[in-house]
Design a protein around this ligand. Sequence first.
Ligand SMILES: [Zn+2]
Length: 127
Amino acid sequence: MNVAHIPGRPTWLCTGCGDLWPCAAKRDQLLLEYADSHAELRTMMALRVADAAEDLRQLGAEQLWARFLGWLPAPGQGPVIRWVANPPLGGNRRPANEAAVTTLPAPPAGSGPTRTPPPRRSRRGIR
Ligand SMILES: [Zn+2]
């Protein structure tokens, strides 16, 4: 059966299953739908947060953010890394490339450019 998991407004409960939207089914659908473009999915969900914030004024920004965006894969994270954090059945599989992470060979002494201090980062998380 193909149930549409659509947010009902202004409650933002799923019209398909009655859960808080995005419900688990919808999240799965979205991850499949946007498997190749998580950035696009984040953008889409960020727009949804803005919509929801108008309706769900009783919720704080953190709650809204966690509900609408907290479940998304972090930028640059693929499903493999998600599995490491939350292994599927029979988990505890290590990423195949873990063995490839070895210590880098030391640079040859006396060569290379003179050391320059790394650029100072200003405070992170502005905006
Ligand atoms: Zn649903």
